[in-house]
Design a protein. Structure first.
Length: 221
């Protein structure tokens, strides 16, 4: 948790409503995308044993569905990163990296057989970044935003890393990799929304900053 630093969250940086929407869409679009894409695959496709990448790959039926979902998820991550101005820079950069990786996965689809170096690179970077992202948001003086506290951020990060480890094990054993990936990605994509809600609430309940007695009318206004 080396990113946990001192310094309260600025109360004059409230989270805009559109940031809540973009953060919520991260999980909604991802989950809805693979559910719809699953439904139009041939009977030979198994969502339990095969990955989401296949849905957007050249072997997938109606691959535009999963591809569009990944592009939208990436855009939502980037928008959320831009709007979460109350977060410190590492947290915002981490979310932007995850968004860029999602777009990269969509733009570098898997071939009919096997995979590509580019696809694997974007997939690995995206999965690792979103797993450790809660740690990048942690701060000792969290300004009343409990989700940014070191204990909460550490606990969530450990849980996300455990999900990532489960996904890795299933991928190496040719087991239920599809199930692991769907649970892993959908759960982790919810956390930006949780953080956005926490930041918005903490900004609303933050005490107003006292105005110095010698402040000029321009400084007060």
């Amino acid at each position: 948790m080396g990113n946990a630093v001192d310094g309260p969250i600025p109360p004059d940086r409230p989270i805009a409503r559109w940031v809540l929407i973009s953060a919520a869409l991260c999980s909604i679009v991802l989950t809805t995308g693979w559910l719809i894409a699953d439904a139009v695959q041939p009977a030979t496709y198994s969502p339990i044993h095969q990955t989401i990448s296949i849905l957007a790959g050249h072997a997938g039926a109606h691959r535009w569905i999963a591809t569009t979902a990944l592009l939208l998820v990436g855009a939502c991550y980037l928008a959320t990163a831009a709007g979460m101005t109350a977060l410190r820079l590492p947290g915002r950069i981490g979310l932007a990296v995850a968004g860029t990786a999602a777009i990269g996965v969509a733009m570098c689809p898997e071939p009919v057989v096997g995979t590509t170096t580019q696809h694997m690179a974007f997939t690995t970077v995206g999965a690792a970044t979103i797993a450790i992202w809660p740690a990048l948001t942690a701060r000792r003086d969290h300004g009343g935003c409990a989700v940014l506290s070191v204990p909460v951020a550490a606990t969530v990060t450990v849980a996300f890393l455990a999900l990532l480890a489960w996904l890795f094990i299933e991928a190496q054993t040719d087991g239920r990799v599809g199930l692991a990936e769907r649970i892993d990605s959908s759960v982790q994509a919810c956390w930006p929304f949780v953080v956005a809600v926490g930041l918005r609430r903490s900004a609303r309940t933050a005490p107003a900053r006292p105005v110095p007695e010698d402040a000029s009318p321009a400084e007060v206004g």
